[in-house]
Design a binder for this molecule. Structure first.
Ligand SMILES: [Zn+2]
Length: 409
């Protein structure tokens, strides 16, 4: 009987449960333990009322932490009670969550391994569980975390999109900008994708939501207008997206000008200069300073486009609505007079959405946090080694970025 007592201690098994039998299969490196219980009354899992056991469910097996590298499996027949209110129910066992095939401690270990390992496969190899088992544990952990999550006010959110696979469909990702957590994931980027998020907020949460940082993406704009009280006044177009559009415009001007030189049969001074124009002024590495100054002195179209782009960055330094409006009017005039089509088209887009652009003065938020989360999401994609379906991708985002309490108790 010594070994059963030892295992009871290791497993933390207490009355009414005890280890009835231990089977050691040395060749298979495996220990099997059978748990049995004394006669007792059990609480109904729904209402907690104590009652006599009704019968037992079929024997079940749980994978436990290894015992000296021996895979350890628990077996037990779970008692069922017949509650007058809730009918026939399996009672809760202290070592595992309902429906899990792992004990609490094993599940905790696997969660930690998936969080820490650079790949899910690596975690699977260490824990000697299958890919499907690891995903099952991840999705249960996420469901558990979400069920425990409290409704709390979130003043600032960022809405962003993320490709599930390159050139594939997009996920909509809603982040809490203060906490840098992913609050919500939808597997498309339609109006309904974001509307679903707003719909599940309480009225108090909707009122507490002060501003939403987003791209100038009509479905998100529409969903926010319709889904929040005074929704239109909560939209803040994100600095990162706007500057990305401007940088793209500079790059297009460069390409067009470069081709113009080549078509005219001349040497293009822009050959090999692509990256020089993508840097902002203070991010450009010192070693490129001379090359850039030389190009700037040529008074090229791309040089003008770049200067207009750089000037736009000042917009986010203003703190007074009147001042930022004056600034934009001047900048817009300059951009339009440049007659560089890619630049004027971004300027026109900003003007069309001006209220949401200038609202950055009132709510100086950006998806910068979300961009940080995006790079985390990139690493999640690498970590998983490709997702079999969009739902697994969603699960992984919540698992790693949701700020959830994932552990079973
Ligand atoms: Zn009951």
């Amino acid at each position: 009987m010594q070994d059963t007592k030892l295992f009871e201690t290791i497993l933390g098994i207490t009355t009414p449960w005890h280890v009835a039998r231990v089977e050691l299969k040395t060749n298979d490196q495996r220990v099997d333990l059978w748990l049995e219980h004394d006669a007792t009354r059990w609480p109904c899992p729904e209402c907690g009322e104590l009652m006599a056991g009704f019968d037992h469910a079929e024997e079940r097996t749980w994978r436990h932490l290894d015992t000296c590298q021996f895979q350890t499996h628990l077996h037990a027949e779970i008692p069922r009670v017949q509650c007058p209110t809730h009918g026939v129910k399996q009672v809760r066992v202290p070592w595992a969550e309902p429906r899990s095939r792992f004990t609490l401690l094993m599940e905790r270990l696997i969660i930690d391994l998936i969080l820490q390992c650079s790949t899910v496969k690596g975690a699977c190899a260490i824990a000697r569980v299958s890919w499907d088992e690891a995903w099952g544990i991840m999705s249960r952990a996420v469901a558990r975390g979400q069920a425990r999550k409290e409704t709390r006010p979130i003043p600032y959110i960022g809405v962003d999109e993320k490709a599930f696979r390159k050139g594939h469909r997009y996920h909509t990702i809603v982040c809490d900008l203060d906490r840098a957590t992913v609050e919500f994931v939808a597997e498309e980027r339609k109006t309904a994708s974001l509307a679903t998020y707003y719909a599940q907020l309480t009225d108090a949460q909707k009122t507490a939501l002060l501003a939403v940082a987003m791209d100038m993406w009509e479905p998100y704009i529409g969903a926010t207008r319709a889904g929040l009280p005074d929704g239109d006044t909560k939209i803040v177009f994100d600095r990162f997206h706007i500057m990305r559009e401007m940088t793209k415009a500079v790059d297009t001007v460069r390409k067009q000008e470069h081709r113009m030189f080549l078509r005219a049969g001349e040497d293009s001074p822009l050959t090999g200069s692509k990256y020089l124009w993508l840097f902002s002024d203070e991010r450009r590495p010192e070693r490129h300073a001379d090359a850039f100054a030389t190009l700037q002195a040529l008074n090229l179209k791309v040089g003008r486009a770049w200067a207009i782009k750089e000037a736009l960055r000042t917009l986010w330094t203003y703190r007074q609505p009147a001042a930022v409006t004056r600034f934009f009017t001047r900048w817009y005039g300059w951009a339009v007079r440049s007659r560089l089509a890619p630049v004027t088209s971004v300027a026109a887009m900003l003007k069309r959405h001006l209220a949401g652009v200038l609202r950055c003065v009132k709510h100086p938020i950006t998806n910068g946090v979300a961009e940080g989360l995006n790079s985390k999401i990139m690493s999640i994609k690498r970590k998983a080694g490709g997702f079999r379906n969009p739902t697994n991708f969603t699960t992984a985002i919540y698992f790693h970025c949701g700020g959830l309490d994932l552990y079973p108790r």
